[in-house]
Design a protein around this ligand. Structure first.
Ligand SMILES: Cc1ncc(COP(=O)(O)O)c(C=O)c1O
Length: 443
């Protein structure tokens, strides 16, 4: 009897509809209805579906393909790890892990001198919060409304989006500051005259509600999933002051902004502050599960002395450390080339031009290559237009451009930093055509 394995290419290829039927019957709807896009292949700035349709990916996948999909440098890193070691125990080390620690810390301010490596952003949030609690002996924490820090229990507790709903109360002792959503200021004030009233009011509310002392305040440099809300200039400085007055440790969640996406290696560099903890993930792994948490020596030392424990099966993986080292090479190269700053300017200018022609674009915002546009029905009332955002994103997809709609009426642009000028021009032309087509259909 033949022991030859079946050659897969001779198998009939199920058609896309049949596959989707299986998906519908077997997969949990973990993020709402199943998206019918089944990816066949991706490379650089593009992906192809199983029916051969080509798309420009302006989402970098889930914001992880920072320097394009499947870069050669990561193929080499993963292949090298097979020649050495892919996986090790959570208790053992490899040279690459130590080199990655040293290299990443050298890019961060000297105050942040301790680091550990994990797989996901949610874990990075958990470790940051846990270390801050164990270092201070406190147990309360603060997030910002419209923030997103992950889906594990602690991370979900400081995430203030509708996805909090449905599993009963979050951990007690978690408070929210109002998002500095200047386009729709929660206090009906305007920048810069407001003097960051949202932080003062928010902190006063926390002071009134807390039953103990607050250990940590966690914030994204751009509240991305919550609507691409960029922290106004000076916001982090003021937040740092109010945190310091209360002995609260400040955690910056750079899941989406780290490794150069906003034009600096880390987005907090643009503010005149040093956080106590920095969480990195998504952009750092280039599509592989790699995350890191860096913190001050004081936090790490006291937390360790107080018995800090955190273990996952994939901490400090040698293979992922090799990926991390390759990603840092790419990040340094692209920072030198000013890829995010240059391409970000170009894209932003084009989006502003589109806003001049299309009334439904209420606002263009963001930094570097992490930009957003907010759709409104009317520029005076600023009524959100989620159906417009969704319809035009769908039209763009039909024309071969993938965009992500976040928080209903906002689009997020996060193309890989390897995007070429002609690809940016093509994307803007697709958006323009789709907007024009939609407006014609409405009139
Ligand atoms: C700012 C931020 N923090 C944390 C996370 C959670 O990361 P992960 O999905 O890798 O757990 C995300 C994911 O979108 C994020 O955007």
């Amino acid at each position: 009897m033949s022991t030859e394995p079946e050659i897969s290419s001779t198998r009939p290829r199920p058609d896309t509809r049949a596959l989707l039927k299986i998906a519908e019957a077997s997969l949990i709807h973990h993020a709402g209805p199943i998206d019918p896009l089944i990816i066949e292949r991706s490379a650089g700035t593009k992906i192809w579906d199983r029916d051969g349709k080509e798309y420009l990916d302006f989402t970098s996948g889930q914001l992880c393909a920072t320097f394009g999909h499947n870069p050669e440098e990561l193929r080499v890193a993963i292949a090298d790890s097979f020649d050495r070691t892919v996986h090790s125990s959570s208790y053992w080390l490899s040279e690459e892990v130590i080199r990655l620690a040293e290299r990443l810390l050298s890019l961060l301010p000297p105050e942040l001198s301790k680091i550990t490596f994990l797989s996901t952003g949610s874990e990075a949030t958990e470790v940051g919060l846990k270390a801050a609690k164990m270092a201070t002996g406190r147990w309360e924490s603060i997030g910002v409304s419209r923030s997103y820090h992950g889906h594990t229990a602690g991370a979900a507790g400081v995430t203030f989006l509708p996805r909090r709903h449905g599993t009963g109360p979050a951990a007690p002792g978690v408070h929210a500051l109002p998002a500095p959503y200047c386009f729709r200021c929660p206090l009906a004030t305007t920048q810069p005259d407001c003097d960051f009233a949202c932080i003062d009011v928010g902190m006063a509310m926390v002071d009134a509600q807390r039953t103990g002392e607050v250990a940590a305040c966690i914030i994204e440099p751009i509240l991305s999933t919550g609507g691409m809300i960029e922290l106004p200039d000076g916001y982090l400085t003021q937040l740092r002051v109010l945190c310091d007055e209360r002995g609260i440790r400040l955690i910056l969640d750079e899941a989406q902004t780290g490794l150069g996406r906003t034009g600096d290696m880390f987005a907090f560099e643009a503010a005149d502050i040093v956080p106590d903890v920095v969480a990195l993930s998504k952009t750092m792994g280039g599509g592989f599960p790699l995350a890191a948490v860096a913190m001050t020596d004081a936090i790490a030392q006291v937390a360790e002395r107080n018995g800090l424990r955190f273990l996952t099966s994939h901490m400090n993986e040698p293979s992922m450390a090799m990926i991390g080292l390759a990603m840092l090479d790419l990040a340094e190269h692209h920072l030198q080339q000013q890829s995010a700053a240059r391409q970000g300017h170009k894209l932003r200018d084009s989006l502003n031009e589109l806003a001049n022609c299309h009334e439904t674009i209420g606002d263009v915002r963001g930094r570097g290559l992490l930009l957003g546009i907010e759709f409104v029905t009317d520029r005076h009332t600023l009524e959100p237009a989620p159906e417009v955002a969704a319809a035009i994103a769908a039209a763009c997809r039909r024309r071969g451009l993938l965009l992500q709609v976040v928080s209903g009426n906002v689009w997020r642009f996060a193309p890989p930093m390897t995007e070429h000028d002609h690809e940016l021009d093509r994307a803007v032309a697709i958006i323009d055509e789709s907007l024009t087509e939609y407006q014609k259909a409405q009139s």
